[in-house]
Design a protein around this ligand. Structure first.
Ligand SMILES: N[C@@H](CCC(=O)N[C@@H](CS)C(=O)NCC(=O)O)C(=O)O
Length: 241
């Protein structure tokens, strides 16, 4: 993967040098407002890569509070990363954006073909994006730290508690479903995997014990064999510090 400067210091177009056919499907790239460590942005980078959609990355630094700048709040009124711009239209919320990509660029599909299995995949994605992630994103951690006077270990304890509870339920759900093989859903990469892998990166960063989740960690290892996931990981992003 290499970068192409596209106008300002903070804009990069990602073009793969890997065997995956990263082709430009449109005149002009989609734009992804992203931060290298944001797991919601990481989901989007995976989904875009899976669909071989080139995009222009517009970094928004969370530690520098760039997501709270008035200029960014006009893009995303909640001041959250990511946001996606396609043909002048702005989209927010990673689950909605992945479904948008699925509807506008159906191949390769990131959802199963039948309704029952789609419900399963969406449930896995929502268990992560709606139940686990909101409890350990930046604003939540900042709030508990400030409001309850927690030190770093206190914040980490909060983080690890919600990870452990959330991943335990997810592990049981995936294992009991009998729908998982190589990935969350059979041998097809879906939006469930796009959500799972970034959450595990976060958990590893906070040194959570992941040994109680063998099914999840097996899927994680399988996904991380794929170029679409490898290229999307935080350390490979141009805004990584
Ligand atoms: N549900 C949103 C979550 C977005 C979100 O929480 N993004 C985080 C980064 S992963 C963020 O912008 N955090 C800034 C903050 O908490 O102040 C989505 O899926 O897009």
């Amino acid at each position: 993967m290499h970068s192409v400067k596209t106008g300002s210091l903070q804009q990069y177009a990602f073009v793969s040098e890997s065997p995956l056919p990263y082709i430009l499907r449109k005149i002009g790239f989609m734009k992804l407002y992203t931060f290298f460590r944001s797991s919601a942005a990481f989901r989007m980078r995976i989904a875009l890569n899976c669909k071989s959609l080139a995009y222009e990355a517009l970094p928004v630094s969370l530690p520098k509070d760039e997501h709270k700048l008035a200029s960014y709040m006009t893009v995303h009124p909640q001041g959250l990363v990511p946001a996606l711009e396609d043909e002048g239209k702005v989209f927010v919320q990673s689950l909605a954006m992945m479904e948008y990509l699925e509807e506008t660029h159906p191949q390769p599909p990131l959802l199963p073909a039948n309704a029952e299995d789609r419900a399963y995949v969406r449930a896995v994605a929502q268990m992560i994006a709606c139940e686990i992630h909101p409890l350990n994103n930046l604003r939540t951690l900042r709030y508990v730290k400030k409001s309850y006077g927690l030190d770093e270990e206190g914040v980490n304890t909060w983080y690890r508690h919600w990870i452990a509870e959330g991943l335990y339920g997810l592990e049981v759900f995936i294992s009991a479903s009998n729908k998982s093989r190589r990935y969350c859903y059979r041998d097809q990469v879906t939006i469930a995997d796009c959500c799972l892998v970034p959450q595990i990166f976060n958990a590893q960063r906070y040194k959570c014990d992941l040994t109680p989740y063998p099914a999840i960690m097996r899927i994680f290892a399988e996904c991380m064999q794929l170029e679409a996931f490898i290229a999307a990981q935080p350390s490979r992003q141009l805004d990584a510090v």
